[in-house]
Ligand binder design. Structure first.
Ligand code: NAD
Length: 242
């Protein structure tokens, strides 16, 4: 079936469902001008994103990691939610059992108007103390001096989940529960390579949900989902969910 026919079939599943879960990744924010991790060729100072988003990188060179987060914060501060984020806000309003689960740390879902998205990987606008654990919100695009320091005197770190770290337990519990009880799981703009987040697709499938992928490129789950729609989420989602 062509994208058009597939899209109609997928739209029907979504329309008929009352419990819909959505898992988003960096791709949904790409059209807002925020780089994803795995698509862009341009390296930042000859480092791979995956090499900077680790506890080891932070222990080695906290200032370098913070400079990278400052750069990302300034890009995100200039960005606006796009039509993909907005289509999910509209969907939420029509479904009593709606859960938005995101791997993104940019805050664009909330800025678009999504209520309580489950932030699997934390929030780039939160700083957390490396000693006392106190977390504070800070929306300055450029933190200076670096690294920032907590009131207790210790260094703060970005309030995000790095590769090799555990997900926030309560957020993960809710995400798994939503995936297990959904009639439809919509998977948008994720390479489906980062676990345990990508495992939610299997959780939903095993519980009998229809799974729909929206992605600009093929991913490891494209052949496993019930319907894989190829294209930009800012274009496909408004049509799929109208
Ligand atoms: P990823 O970079 O691994 O993959 C991005 C995916 O988006 C790819 O499969 C790509 O084909 C797809 N894509 C790109 N443009 C698209 C578009 N316009 N429409 C639809 N799909 C598009 O991202 P990931 O799977 O989210 O995993 C990377 C990790 O990096 C996550 O943990 C996330 O926390 C973090 N991250 C977050 C942000 C953000 O908050 N915006 C940005 C980069 C990375």
């Amino acid at each position: 079936m062509e994208n058009g026919g597939l899209q109609q079939t997928a739209a029907g599943w979504i329309r008929r469902a009352t419990r819909v879960a959505v898992l988003t990744g960096a791709g949904i924010s790409a059209e807002s001008g925020i780089p994803t991790f795995r698509d862009n060729n341009g390296l930042w100072r000859n480092f791979r994103a995956e090499d900077l988003a680790t506890p080891q990188a932070f222990a080695r060179d906290p200032r370098l990691v913070w400079e990278w987060y400052n750069w990302r914060r300034s890009l995100i501060a200039q960005a606006e939610p796009n039509a993909g984020h907005q289509a999910l806000v509209a969907l939420e309003q029509t479904k009593p059992g709606f859960t938005l689960i995101t791997q993104n740390v940019d805050g664009l879902h909330a800025r678009a108007g999504s209520r309580d998205p489950l932030l699997l990987h934390g929030d780039i606008w939160t700083l957390r103390c490396t000693r006392c654990g106190v977390a504070v919100e800070d929306h300055r695009a450029n933190l200076d001096p670096l690294p920032p320091v907590c009131g207790c005197g210790a260094m703060q770190r970005p309030g995000v989940v790095w590769f090799g770290e555990s997900l926030p337990a309560e957020v993960w519990r809710k995400a798994e529960q939503a995936a297990r009880s959904a009639e439809v799981l919509l998977v948008v703009g994720t390479s489906a390579l980062v676990y345990p987040a990508a495992g939610l697709i299997q959780v939903a499938q095993q519980a009998g949900a229809k799974t729909i992928e929206v992605n600009a490129a093929e991913t490891p789950v494209s052949g496993q989902v019930d319907c894989s729609l190829r294209g930009r989420s800012g274009e496909i989602l408004p049509r799929l969910l109208e």
